[in-house]
Design a protein around this ligand. Structure first.
Ligand SMILES: Cc1cc2nc3c(=O)[nH]c(=O)nc-3n(C[C@H](O)[C@H](O)[C@H](O)COP(=O)(O)OP(=O)(O)OC[C@H]3O[C@@H](n4cnc5c(N)ncnc54)[C@H](O)[C@@H]3O)c2cc1C
Ligand SMILES: O=C(O)[C@@H]1CCCCN1
Length: 386
């Protein structure tokens, strides 16, 4: 068994671990990125063709972080000469009196360019969609689509160009904390002064080696694509936007969609929750209650789609009780940093998360106030072993 020393080891080559490793390498840290599966893979949370990027949030701090984050996405596109973002706008629809108003005021307060769509003008701007009774609508014009698989390939490639080392197909089976951390995989043993754990749905499995458990719930998402009755009706080239339908009486969680793009004639439209799952048993979870909700919604609001899913892929969310991320030092081992619980909305933040986790692991003052993301907020939670 080999034993090698690094400045930093990052466990997990999803979007967050890849951006963290890339930032560490940019800071001249000798970095090892470990991944349990052979790359690329589709067993975690970061795979697939597309994700939404937006500034539309109900909390100011996410909107603030996105200001810089958009710049970092552009910087990476230039650096690697690759297209990762396509602007489409994001249509936000929701009951007039609920969360919709919070989104609207956050956007207005932060001077994000938006267009309000009065009900009488809605269909002129957004054809083939029925706005639900009592709902209002606006467009975050800065939003768009990120190419997810391409992002991972790009970031990992840039990390390697900077001298970073990726070892895939190397599941971590043990962590021994200390001033030098020892990480044991199925085929090697590695040591480093600093460790970052970005293991997505497996966060608690890894943290169990360090005496910590976080209140995280792993959820399976059925990623559904629906066929356009008339090809092109919801197409990206016809400037159809991404959308979020905020929760209502009928659907207790968001419904969201992206214009047809990656699979010709098919629009991605999903429910923002699903059944709990063990990440190693994802495909044994066959609950399709979300698909029933989506079928009813499509029949009513997206009449141009066939209400039977044409393609169903799988992905997982790792959800915290308040849906906010975990970005923090380990409470007892300060040279271990944790990025977890991205709660189904972390992809767009990848460049900033990478920067912040790099700053934390290097003992620097983080660029943003991380109090919403601290582990101690879970102190009252029964599952937390703090
Ligand atoms: C269907 C779906 C839609 C989404 N839509 C959006 C969106 O529109 N916009 C947005 O911003 N976000 C979105 N998200 C959320 C976003 O994709 C996630 O927040 C993000 O991908 C989480 O990345 P991660 O790096 O934390 O986890 P992962 O991608 O799961 O990475 C963790 C990695 O750690 C590895 N690992 C685990 N255990 C070990 C071990 N023992 N040894 C070695 N390696 C290990 C895993 O194999 C995995 O590769 C969506 C997520 C899903 C599932
Ligand atoms: O992070 C996002 O932008 C989307 C919103 C809808 C649910 C899935 N995640």
């Amino acid at each position: 068994m080999s034993s090698q020393d690094y400045d930093c080891i990052v466990i997990g080559a999803g979007v967050q671990g890849s951006f963290t490793a890339y930032n560490l390498a940019k800071n001249n840290k000798n970095t090892l990125l470990l991944e349990q599966f052979v790359l690329p893979h589709s067993r975690g949370s970061s795979h697939g063709q597309t994700r939404i990027i937006r500034k539309a949030y109900d909390e100011d701090y996410y909107t603030h972080m996105m200001e810089e984050c958009y710049q970092l996405w552009t910087q990476l596109e230039k650096e690697a000469n690759v297209k990762l973002y396509r602007r489409t706008g994001l249509l936000v629809m929701g009951p007039e009196k609920g969360d919709y108003q919070v989104f609207k005021s956050t956007l207005e307060r932060n001077k994000v360019p938006i267009v309000i769509l009065p009900r009488e003008e809605f269909s002129q701007h957004i054809p083939h969609v029925n706005l639900s009774q009592g709902n209002a609508a606006l467009v975050d014009t800065t939003a768009g689509v990120l190419y997810a698989d391409r992002t991972l390939k790009t970031v990992q490639g840039q990390f390697q160009k900077l001298g970073g080392m990726i070892k895939d197909g190397q599941k971590v089976i043990d962590i021994t904390p200390g001033s030098v951390v020892t990480v044991t995989t199925v085929s090697g043993m590695y040591r480093a002064k600093h460790l970052v754990i970005t293991a997505g749905p497996w966060a608690n499995t890894l943290l169990s080696h360090t005496g910590l458990q976080l209140p995280l719930q792993v959820i399976k998402i059925n990623v559904c694509y629906w066929r356009e009755k008339v090809p092109g009706s919801y197409n990206i080239q016809h400037r159809f936007p991404c959308f979020i339908q905020l929760e209502s009486e009928e659907a207790k969680h968001h419904i969201y969609g992206l214009p047809s793009n990656e699979y010709p004639g098919l629009m991605k439209l999903c429910y923002h929750t699903g059944p709990e799952t063990d990440p190693d048993e994802r495909d044994r979870q066959t609950d399709r209650g979300d698909i029933d909700i989506l079928q009813r919604y499509i029949t009513r609001c997206f009449p141009g789609l066939v209400p039977i899913p044409a393609v169903v892929e799988s992905c997982m969310y790792t959800v915290t009780p308040d849906n906010h991320f975990v970005l923090d030092h380990h409470p007892t081992h300060s040279n271990i940093v944790i990025g977890a619980g991205f709660s189904g909305h972390g992809f767009k933040f990848g460049p900033i998360i990478g920067k912040l986790l790099c700053e934390l692991s290097q003992g620097e003052v983080p660029s943003y106030d991380l109090s919403p993301f601290r582990i101690r907020r879970f102190q009252a939670h029964s599952k937390s072993a703090l």
